[in-house]
Design a protein around this ligand. Structure first.
Ligand SMILES: NC(=O)c1ccc[n+]([C@@H]2O[C@H](COP(=O)([O-])OP(=O)(O)OC[C@H]3O[C@@H](n4cnc5c(N)ncnc54)[C@H](OP(=O)(O)O)[C@@H]3O)[C@@H](O)[C@H]2O)c1
Length: 305
């Protein structure tokens, strides 16, 4: 039985990993995040508070628990926040990973680290695992730095790059494209949506299953994990509006230049998923299927309240 420790377990991916791993009889599962546990139940796993920027805490916890695998989902993942606070981004997205790596090297522990399509500049998407990174933002540069540290280490490492993750969990750290569009249009708010950026939106459940498969199989190297549809952001918002029969006249389509965000975004990313299909038997949902699943989960959460 493999013992898996997840960091950042209060986040979207973290909670989906808890959903899957705590019921998996082949795994002993330990969740960790900064502060109190925000997952709905404490059945089937242990929770331990862990701030991954606290080097002493990380080292002593790993030494005590001696997991076989660590899945590091904790990150500063808001791209504009990283642009405005590069030091904060470096601390969480690079320095904390360096410490995790050196502790994992000592045992040895399989370290699975989450990365992003923002390592690419978006001029040649969809991208393969071996394509050369060319980040446009602080977030992207720091994710590349962390990837390089893993590649140069003697650690048993995997990097899971993913794209625009969406899903619903309790007490979320931040919103995502589906929830944002649904809430805004339900409240009849005018929203400006870019029509010159393309992504392959990823259902959080699909990403969690891919990470657990990598952990169980001990697969090494870089993996591209995303949804199967390449869509522009305005197409995603229109799909949400269509599913919920919301008024699309509140959607204004604009260019990225007009949106004036702090960080530059790649134009067209997307991933070639062949390695994931072949090695992990990865079977992602379509965006439409993902919205439908999220809708069912949202209704369940509302019923529990
Ligand atoms: N979401 C996306 O669209 C996307 C796209 C590409 C790549 N990724 C990558 O995928 C990974 C998971 O993303 P996600 O969407 O699940 O992110 P998320 O929802 O923001 O979750 C991150 C979690 O990490 C926790 N955390 C923050 N600082 C921490 C620290 N110092 N120590 C321990 N935990 C800490 C956060 O705690 P609080 O809840 O207390 O803030 C949060 O619960 C990240 O590496 C991200 O860069 C995400």
């Amino acid at each position: 039985m493999k013992k898996i420790l997840v960091t950042g377990s209060n986040g979207l991916l973290g909670q989906k990993l808890t959903d899957a791993a705590r019921k998996d009889l082949e795994l002993e599962y330990i969740a960790s995040s900064r502060g109190d546990n925000r997952y709905a139940t404490d059945e089937g796993y242990r929770y331990i508070p862990l701030d991954i920027t606290d080097h002493h805490q990380v080292t002593s916890m790993i030494t005590t628990l001696q997991p076989d695998v660590i899945i590091n989902t904790a990150a500063m993942a808001n791209v504009d926040a990283c642009e405005k606070d590069p030091e904060g981004s470096y601390t969480l997205n690079v320095a904390a990973i360096a410490n995790l790596i050196s502790t994992c090297e000592a045992y040895p522990i399989h370290l699975i680290h989450l990365s992003t399509d923002f390592v690419f500049d978006g001029e040649d998407g969809p991208y393969k695992e071996e394509d050369k990174p060319k980040p446009l933002s602080t977030y992207g540069r720091h994710k590349v730095e962390a990837e390089k540290l893993l590649q140069q280490s003697t650690c048993h490492w995997s990097v899971v790059r993913t794209i625009l993750v969406y899903g619903i969990v309790q007490d979320m750290s931040r919103s995502n494209i589906v929830l944002w569009a649904k809430n805004a249009l339900e409240n009849r708010q005018e929203i400006s949506v870019v029509n010159d950026q393309w992504r392959m939106p990823t259902l959080a459940e699909d990403l969690a299953i891919a990470c657990i498969t990598i952990a169980k199989k001990g697969e090494k190297g870089i993996f591209h994990i995303a949804g199967k549809d390449l869509l522009s952001i305005d197409e995603m918002v229109e799909a949400v509006a269509a599913y919920y029969h919301l008024d699309e006249s509140f959607i204004s389509k604009i260019s990225s230049a007009d949106l004036k965000q702090d960080a530059l975004r790649p134009k067209r990313t997307g991933f070639v998923l062949d390695k994931a299909y072949k090695t992990l038997h990865y079977a992602p949902h379509s965006f439409e299927e993902g919205i439908k699943l999220m809708d069912l989960q949202l209704k369940e959460i509302m019923n529990q309240k």
